[in-house]
Design a protein around this ligand. Structure first.
Ligand SMILES: [Zn+2]
Length: 343
């Protein structure tokens, strides 16, 4: 089909006729000063506007959320639905399918990943734990001397080029966190997954000094085995975890042909969300989830800064700032944004 006809068809399919209902029911406090003394104050472009009784500023329910600055809101929500409920698919394919540019599809994907609901759960019983290794990558970081090739380092084994995704899983729930680059230490485990572990957690892992140390520090039951033996004497192993590691590798390296370390946690969150929602019967209203996250825009506009902090604090790599697309930050809530930081 000629591309003009194709574009027209896409437009027809995704006509902006349905307006997104933003009721204002989720505006509970002022995003500028967090005051709860707010009142309705007319509408703007069909959306309920509010005034804060404390600081006097105006805002809408979408202020600070990723939906706030999206013009094609209903298309954006369809894009989100496809990301959550369909197979993983490349940015290029998504751009073609939704009739948006590749950079728009790229930004939309990251905005959606930043506002995914958290399905929180603490481990109460046998839990397999290990670090999954992914090579450090600066894919797409324009203006950097070593550009793309840097991701394809030939360093074998554990090195300062291996990004660690600390992963814990049982048969119903999985937690994953990009913890550090280089050797995983006790402190990395504590910082990354410490709040998901309880006194009742029983850790199962191959012989990993740091995990053992973490278990001892936290007085946790711990079962380990030599990697060559695959299981403990009574048959405890890390099959679930190995399965996740295999699928992560395929996803990152084949489906997406490599993911920049800067965005790795976002893709980890995507995978984690899809895994965990398989076991979650509760209906999640994704639009309301987006609206309840008032700091997502700040996170989105600070991704480079958050990544820079991660490189400086948790790796032996040198942080280099690339030429980058600048986004105007809201900046009203930077502390909150960093507190909720994704790395
Ligand atoms: Zn206020």
């Amino acid at each position: 089909m000629p591309s003009i006809e194709r574009k027209a068809l896409i437009k027809e399919l995704y006509k902006e006729t349905e307006t997104v209902q933003v009721t204002g029911n989720y505006a509970k406090h002022c995003p500028h000063c967090e005051s709860k003394s707010i009142s309705r104050y007319g509408t703007q472009k069909g959306e309920q506007r509010f005034k804060c009784g404390e600081c006097g500023k105006y805002f809408k329910e979408t202020t600070g959320t990723v939906l706030g600055r999206i013009r094609k809101k209903s298309l954006f929500l369809k894009f989100q639905d496809a990301m959550i409920n369909e197979e993983y698919c490349s940015i290029k394919k998504m751009a073609e399918r939704f009739g948006v540019s590749v950079p728009t599809a790229f930004n939309w994907r990251h905005k959606i990943l930043l506002s995914l609901p958290e399905l929180n759960c603490k481990f109460q019983d046998e839990t397999q734990i290990d670090d999954i290794w992914i090579r450090y990558s600066q894919k797409g970081r324009k203006g950097l001397e070593y550009g793309k090739k840097r991701g394809g380092t030939s360093h074998k084994g554990d090195s300062n080029y291996q990004v660690k995704i600390l992963t814990a899983t049982n048969s119903t729930h999985t937690e994953m966190k990009v913890s550090n680059i280089g050797r995983l230490k006790k402190a990395d485990i504590q910082r990354s997954l410490g709040d998901k572990i309880t006194k009742k957690t029983i850790l199962i892992s191959d012989k990993h000094k740091s995990i053992q140390g973490f278990a001892i520090d936290n007085k946790l039951e711990y079962h380990s085995f030599k990697a060559s033996q695959h299981t403990t004497k009574d048959g405890k192993g890390v099959q679930l975890l190995n399965n996740i590691a295999g699928r992560m590798d395929t996803l990152l390296n084949r489906t997406f042909k490599g993911v920049s370390t800067k965005y790795l946690q976002l893709y980890v969150n995507w995978f984690k969300f899809k895994e965990n929602s398989k076991n979650n019967i509760k209906e999640i209203n994704l639009q309301n989830e987006i609206l309840s996250k008032k700091y997502t825009w700040d996170l989105f506009s600070n991704i480079e800064g958050i990544y820079g902090n991660f490189i400086k604090n948790h790796s032996a790599r040198t942080y280099r700032c690339p030429q980058q697309q600048k986004f105007k930050a809201q900046n009203w809530n930077q502390n909150l944004a960093f507190k909720n930081s994704f790395i």
